[in-house]
Design a protein around this ligand. Sequence first.
Ligand SMILES: [Zn+2]
Length: 1222
Amino acid sequence: MVALHLVPSFSVCLLPVPHGAGQEDAEPVTGRPRSLRANSLFSEDELVEDYYDAPPANSGSSWSDNGPSPRLPAPAFSGSSPGTLGDGMEGTAATAPLSPTIKAGWLDKNPPQGSYIYQKRWVKLDADYLRYFDSEKDAYSKRFIPVSSISRVTSIGDQKFEVITNNRNFVFRAESDADRNEWIRTLQQIAEERKSKALERTLMSPTTSGAADPADKSGFLELRGFKHKLFVAVAGDKVFLYKNAEDYRLGIGITYIEMNVGNVKEVDRRGFDLTTPYRIFSFSADSDQEKEEWVEAMQQSIAEALSNSEVAERIWVVESNRFCADCGSPKPDWASINLCVVICKRCAGEHRGLGPGITKVRSLKMDRKVWTEELIELFHQIGNAVANQFWAANVPPSEAINPASSSQERRRFLIAKYREGKYRRYHPLFGNQEELDRALCAAVTTSDLAETQALLFCGAAVTCATGDPQCPTPLALAEKSGQRLQMEFLLHNKNSETPRLEVGTSEEKPYSVPLPSVTHNGFLYKTPSMAKPVGERKGQEEFSRRWCTLQDGVLSYYENDRNAVPNGEIKVEEIVCLVNNPPNAHGIESTFEIYIESERLYLFGLESPDSAREWLKSIAKSFVHPRAEELLALDFERIGRLHYKGGLNLERAKEGWFALAGSTLHVCFEDSERQEPLQLRKLQELSIQGDNEVLVLVERRRTLYIQGERKLDFLGWVHAIQKAAGSAGDTLSEQQLTESDVPLLVDRCIDYITQCGLTSEGIYRKSGQNSKTTSLLEMLRRDARSVRLKEGEHQVDDVANTLKRFFRDLGDGLFTRQWGQDWLRATALEDEEAKISEYRRLLGTLPTVNRATLKALINHLFRVQRFSGENQMNTHNLAIVFGPTLFQTDGKDYKAGRVVEDLISHYVKIFNVNDQEMKKQQDEIMAIMKMREAASSGTQQAGDFICTVYLEEKKTEAEQHVKIPATMTAEELTFEILDRRKIVMKEKDYWSCFEVNEREEAERPLHYSEKVLPILHCLGTESYLVVKKQMSMENMLIYLASRVGDCKHGMMKFREERNLLGLGLSTGFHDRYFILNHTCLRLYKEVRSLKQRTPLLENSHKPEKEWPVRNLKVYLGMKKKLRPPTCWGFTVFYENEKHEKQQWYLCCDTQADLREWFATFLHVQNGGALWPSETSKVRASRSQQDSRLGNISLIPLRGNESEMRNSVAAFATDPLTLLRNV
Ligand SMILES: [Zn+2]
């Protein structure tokens, strides 16, 4: 007899799920030591039983060699039978399989061949499997037979009955005829239902279509104690054990292990243990590589199993949510998120059939991202109890359904219940639309969700007019009243239909937007579906040829074109993404991937690209919403739906349709009419937040958050978008670009040279360090978006050489191969005018990006030569350097230089530079010249810096170039700017200089006495200075003058900057209590201290954190991507003596509160002096009014114009008058 290692091992608690207090009672912990596993007494056939084979083919099987087995010692597990109605929640995930038992009992199992002794077996039937066990306490079966494989159940006399599957029969003997008949009846019924269901739906569960198809990993493994290898399959949240591959194919296995109780541990090079509270399975793989794959697959399966229970357990906290709202099945793990009912899988299937206008079905298990805090809370508040009080107020017992009801019964019942509202409790106002609507408007401002439910489903219009212009919809009313749950409920029912009794043809009526019915068929190659991205290239042998049909919203695949029953189906409404792989990505020329809602993907292939394209178009057309049909015309590589947030409302995610074609992401937003293209290469930022949860795309003045609702397709999108947003090759148009179509790389270099290198001698002729140039170029090429060139870090000549190297190596060259010779030939034209017009003609033939780049470069060289007195690089010298570089010649052809020389000399004419542009150029050069002169006359102090400062907003007309001496204060700079633009400073015009950060998301008014130069030195390249009125100053002064005491305390929402390594989850905002006094800012976690507002308070508790005020730098506003809970926020930077930096974010509830905190900060930091008292005279005398400039409107701090009202105005006394005056 072979020793086995499958022992109960209760002493080891392996469950990451929390154990409830009462759980010890349900699962007594025995003291059985783990060492038992080494000398287990079990034999092979304790686990795997013989079977009765109708054909003798397998009769010689070693599995039945051993004869009758000794009785198992009963495991010490004495919990109630898993899955029965009565076992409640105490055991939770630890003990209960997800599928409820339909029938169970002791039966005699036909003896194996060569034996005459019947074996007593505990037989259990659930919706998916017929299983038998040694005892009712066993967790692992000796045999499982999928209900779907049962073709017949017949009576064969002597209280015996036979379960007939496609090629194996199992004979059982009951204790009585009655018992036998009951078994037959139940089995037949379940098998029958399964059969009818299999046709409709095979994808609801990984086990329904036979285990063979959706396995994440399958193959042979040694299981310690067994002579022969077992065939093991990891699928979804279970691990299945089969005797051999043939059994696997047939779906008839030994047992399966629910991975919610599993734990995987590597033991040695090839061995690993799968440990459960009941047994330890010691596996051994063929190689360590294989072992790693198995361990990974099993770990993933555990993760999947555990993620299940997380949401479900929270929903199940409410007693009534533990049973299906419709049929009463225990542990329902599906839900209708608009009806707020928790339902079982079988009812969920029928719910889907009603259409999303009636019920929106989501899984507690798989649709994790849907389950926001609000929605879970809503299920606590409404849930099955409150929902059924309304929906099932009058159900005649004859029409009610139970866990064993058939599909037809369920369907009939659910149509009556939800579509027709037949059993509902009518609201007294039923029939009176106006009254209903009015009542709804009232109800949503209260917490009475039951009333809202009753009104909504008795006809009140969710979008009815409230008559309140401030809050035109019930949703807005609910928002204003702070009723989050009402909002959540209204949102999920935005498009819900009112139930009504239909006469006659109710079943045919379309309840959702009908998708066009697309029909397509043919042979496709297919691999088994996967729960992971297609990691590696699939060889042709991994594909099987299948006959596929796309019809009536279902893509079915068959063994061959003569089969009537499909091997499997994909419902098009469940498709979330379709990916067209590049040619030859796999062993078959054209392949495409289909992603479905339940996190699986299907890989299909075809040898003919044309036919593949037809399939793609047909599938796309069948699942893409009609409002996004514009996308279908694109040559997309990826198309699908995703959740996003953007614009003003960051609270709520919306559903949009996205298509990626080349480097453009086309989006059909929920509320827009047309698709909008996003140029990914022109993004200012592209980053991932959280644990691969949100993709942030920042465009000029717009930020889009794409949310990873599902993991599988989202990761694919992230990858594809990142790739499309990077440079794709070595030609100009393949680079990351600026708004004006100049490669970001070129722009970064030119900018840097302009700031730091215009007067550098021999600029562009001197060579930099080769290694530095190489690495800088590589860095910029990889992702110029993330590179910031800084003085001190980079040498001017290295940057100059990087730019030259880029052009020299450019694929196709700046002038293009096609036209390059024409440019060179143009130099031969003697007539100057003719030559210029030829250059202009040639310029017109260049692709947009080349043209924009050439202009930017020549403009730059034009500036460089203006400084030839300093840098020795006149037009001719520049032309000698750049000619061969740009034309990629060896330098012997003088014509290349001539072209460049001509372009610089005739820059204005050739590039059609208009007066305004020229003026700007002149101004800038003048400013630079002035600075040079000042320098040469010796008045300039060391460290002088030239800087662009804006007046009121960042736009070219408002630019001023100012030399910043080391001594210059913010007040002096403000004077300088106002003076230049001749602006009179009126009383109570608090003109100040602000430091505005990169995305105009945060700003800081400089204190009047603050020195400007140090600020410039640490200013990010995209930050800038602007002089404008400080709208809040007067109110701050009034506040400070009127308050009592000089400290402030109160609640704010607090968030820390995440770990810079990018690991760990985002922390979000949390309420904290703050005290700011004259020396420090303190943070308290405890809210209770709020109640005693005494000055003693600050000494009475120890703060959680404390910072000296002097070391803080406070900015108004914060990064939008943090999704601040209110728009009254500020960002605080802290740097200690050791130069360690921290940064965090604070949000106030009101504008006044923000103003008071900010005023207190300024007060404390500047010893009370917020505004100079003696300056107004001086200032007023210096300027006269310039009405035009005085009227320039303020720019939004954040994004678009309406956002402006929220942010800029946040700090103004009366934002509306401010805007009206503009
Ligand atoms: Zn149900």
